[in-house]
Design a protein around this ligand. Structure first.
Ligand SMILES: *Cc1c(COP(=O)(O)O)cnc(C)c1O
Length: 229
């Protein structure tokens, strides 16, 4: 590789990744947590394979996408040339995309309605794949946002398990943009604990240090790594 074509790769993108890595380490230290207890999900939505490849080269292995179709267009090529990657679906899932989602993703953070549960259960059996599953909470009860209301969470988690046989392992939340995130993270952690769920997908570029203080096991970080969208 010539220095000319190496420079945008080595100066720009891994800078974001290493700054985020340092901030995660600091947040873990302050919360007296092991760095290994937090998975960094690098959110690559809207960025193409050329922008993603240097982040993989810099050592990042777990990536998040919010659209099944976009991920299908970008990732099979990257996965075939970089073994050991994990891909997480962090955006809304429609039941008619469950087949493709189960085939491509290693984790799905957006389980939020019975039709999706039913479709996922069917595909998990048919494809013999076991993506890690998170129920998405709408902690701010925002009408435009996906997710289960906190008051309905216990019943929904129970029905995922009992009615559909889905091995739910965690909860995901996206706090309202204008709210302080801490109460939303605390509520999500509380609902997870009382339902025996070990994974907490919470925290984005602006608030992941707070999320780590509240027990996040998966932080979903896009712009702080890849730049503004
Ligand atoms: C885009 C997105 C993120 C990442 O957001 P940034 O602010 O860019 O870090 C995290 N979670 C979800 C669900 C997203 O859609």
């Amino acid at each position: 590789m010539t220095p000319e074509n190496a420079s945008p790769i080595t100066t720009h993108l891994p800078t974001g990744l290493s700054a985020v890595e340092q901030d995660i380490m600091r947040a873990c230290k302050e919360a007296r947590r092991d760095r290994a207890s937090v998975t960094l999900v690098a959110v690559s939505k809207t960025f193409d394979a050329d922008a993603i490849a240097p982040v993989i080269e810099a050592g990042q292995r777990v990536f998040g996408e919010n659209r099944v179709q976009e991920a299908k267009a970008k990732w099979p090529g990257l996965i075939s040339t970089h073994p050991g990657l994990a891909l997480h679906l962090i955006g809304p899932l429609q039941s008619n995309k469950a087949k493709e989602a189960v085939a491509l993703f290693d984790a799905i953070h957006s389980v939020d309605r019975p039709s999706v549960c039913e479709a996922l259960a069917k595909e998990i059996v048919a494809q013999n794949r076991r993506p890690e599953l998170f129920v998405q909470l709408n902690t701010g009860e925002e009408p435009q946002k996906a997710g289960i209301a906190p008051s309905e969470a216990d019943a929904f988690i129970a029905s995922c398990r009992e009615k559909y046989g889905l091995p739910i392992s965690g909860l995901m939340c996206i706090p309202p943009v204008d709210d302080a995130p801490a109460p939303h993270f605390a509520l999500t952690a509380k609902i997870a604990a009382r339902n025996g769920l070990v994974n907490l997908s919470m925290g984005m570029s602006a608030d992941f240090a707070i999320a780590i203080a509240f027990g996040a096991t998966h932080v979903r970080i896009g712009s702080a790594i890849f730049g503004t969208r």
